[in-house]
Design a protein around this ligand. Structure first.
Ligand SMILES: *[C@@H]1O[C@H](CO)[C@@H](O)[C@H](O)[C@H]1NC(C)=O
Ligand SMILES: *[C@@H]1O[C@H](CO)[C@@H](O)[C@H](O)[C@H]1NC(C)=O
Length: 465
């Protein structure tokens, strides 16, 4: 039994049930759907069930009364004036003995509620109750317990739970509430550090919450890391769970977008022009080097000439010789000797001394082929000529007899039996030169002079490799 506050209950549209003699009706059926009826459990001199042992005269008054030394009586407290916001919202506060009532402002109030004098004593009930307090007779004239809680003839505060007892009832605080003064007040469980991360107090209970990236453990209090990677984290490529969060990463060749989730291809080719010797091709997550026709990739970035004559990719006939050069090949006639020259070996043509037409001609022509790349730095030694037979006292002179109209080459004599063909200017292919390199052999008496020619074909490739 807690407090003596007045009680207002809203119930369906019916009149109050019969009352025990100790109870006094204060209200009757009110018009409209709203039926209000109220009971003041404690009247002057009438004790509540739990207070029944208290002495008749005392200087300590029950709740709702205060001791008046002048009159030597307990005097009703006007809670409507002393309790701030005694009634919430639209309810109006009606003071009464030992308590107060909250009624809708529209409700009609029986004038008894306002009377200053004590209400008529409970004993004035017309039908004396033969049963003990808290019991009432049923049809069989036996005493049955009155459920004060369901009949709303209790004085539990709205914050309290009413529990019916045999012959009595009890007002208790719900779970999660404790009594402070007359009222049940929510316990702030969050003050007791029940939660690992965050605590949210709720009326009558509490709830633990976890920081983002964590979830409540099985005990509903501790927080455990969420593996976002298993929960559909929006990483486009790779996801790494970490304590409380996750990180997106990208595969090699991709970089993480500013949004932290998506990956975009890295254009490696834009980084450097030296990644590939010829052409860099960006691909998703990687790049590759390409080579021009006639070349193959060496390792990853270099281009190497394909020797079509070696690989058999050429289409030269039996009567032809395959000549490889940078980026391609050439089929040349095996016999390139032109009258009056006659072929004496694969590359060598001789002008027979017996033939009068050969008197002013080089006695032999030897065919040779070579290949250089474009844009070589100059001067560059490209070919060395060597006299094959050395005669005592003989002297050899070398010169470019034909094919050097633009002066792209010159001859540097090394000694009297050899010389070097030198590229004088940077040349760009594809192009080819046919140079006649002449070696003139004389003896010291100048009584002997012989000329032979090395017909050198120089292929200049299209590239610098
Ligand atoms: C945790 O909370 C859930 C949902 O409220 C409940 O079903 C479960 O019994 C609680 N577990 C514990 C250990 O309190
Ligand atoms: C040419 O060189 C050879 C060998 O080095 C030598 O025997 C000969 O005397 C040289 N001739 C002249 C004219 O220098």
């Amino acid at each position: 039994m807690e407090g003596m506050g007045g009680v207002v209950a809203e119930t369906p549209d019916f009149c109050p049930p019969p009352l025990s003699p100790r109870m006094l009706p204060f209200a009757s059926c009110l018009p409209g759907s709203l039926l209000l009826w109220a009971f003041l459990l404690l009247l002057l001199g009438a004790a509540s069930p739990q207070d029944s042992e208290e002495p008749d005269s005392y200087t300590e008054c029950t709740d709702g009364y205060e001791w008046d030394a002048d009159s030597q009586h307990c005097r009703d407290v006007n809670e409507c004036l002393t309790i701030p916001e005694a009634c919430k919202g639209e309810m109006k506060c009606i003071n009464h003995y030992g308590g107060y009532l909250c009624l809708p402002r529209s409700a009609a109030v029986i004038s008894d509620l306002h009377s200053e004098g004590p209400p008529p004593p409970a004993a004035s009930a017309q039908h004396p109750n033969p049963c003990p307090p808290g019991y009432e007779p049923d049809e069989q004239e036996s005493c049955v317990d009155v459920d004060e809680c369901t009949q709303a003839i209790h004085d539990c505060r709205p914050s309290q739970d009413c529990h019916n007892l045999p012959g009595s009832y009890q007002c208790t605080c719900p779970d999660g509430y404790r009594k402070i003064g007359p009222e049940c007040v929510d316990i702030d469980e969050c003050r007791y550090r029940y939660c690992q991360h965050r605590c949210v107090n709720l009326p009558g209970s509490f709830r633990c919450q976890c920081e983002p990236g964590f979830q409540l453990g099985p005990n509903n209090r501790s927080c455990v890391d969420v593996n976002e990677c298993d929960m559909g984290a929006p990483c486009e490529q790779r996801c790494f769970n970490s304590y409380g969060t996750f990180l997106c990463r990208c595969n090699q060749g991709y970089e993480l977008h500013r949004d932290g989730f998506s990956c975009s291809d890295i254009d490696e080719c834009s980084y450097s022009s030296y990644l590939c010797q010829y052409r860099c091709v960006n691909e998703p997550g990687r790049f590759s080097c390409h080579c021009p026709q006639g070349y193959q990739l060496l390792a990853t970035r270099l281009c190497q000439d394909i020797d079509e004559c070696e690989t058999g990719a050429h289409q030269c006939s039996e009567a032809q010789t395959c000549v490889n050069f940078h980026g391609g090949y050439r089929c040349v006639d095996t016999n390139r000797c032109v009258e009056p020259y006659v072929q004496v070996s694969d590359n060598r043509c001789l002008c027979p001394a017996s033939n009068p037409l050969c008197r002013e001609q080089p006695s032999s022509i030897v065919h040779r082929y070579m290949s250089i790349t474009s844009e070589r730095s100059v001067p560059a030694d490209v070919f060395q000529i060597q006299a094959t037979s050395v005669y005592p006292g003989a002297y050899n002179a070398f010169q470019i007899r034909a094919g050097n109209t633009q002066g792209d080459f010159y001859i540097r004599q090394i000694n009297n039996v050899s010389a070097m063909l030198v590229l004088a200017r940077p040349v760009t292919g594809p192009r080819e030169y046919v140079l006649d390199l002449e070696m003139v052999t004389m003896n010291s008496l100048m009584s002997y002079r012989a000329s032979s020619v090395l017909r050198l074909t120089v292929f200049v490739g299209a590239y610098t490799f």
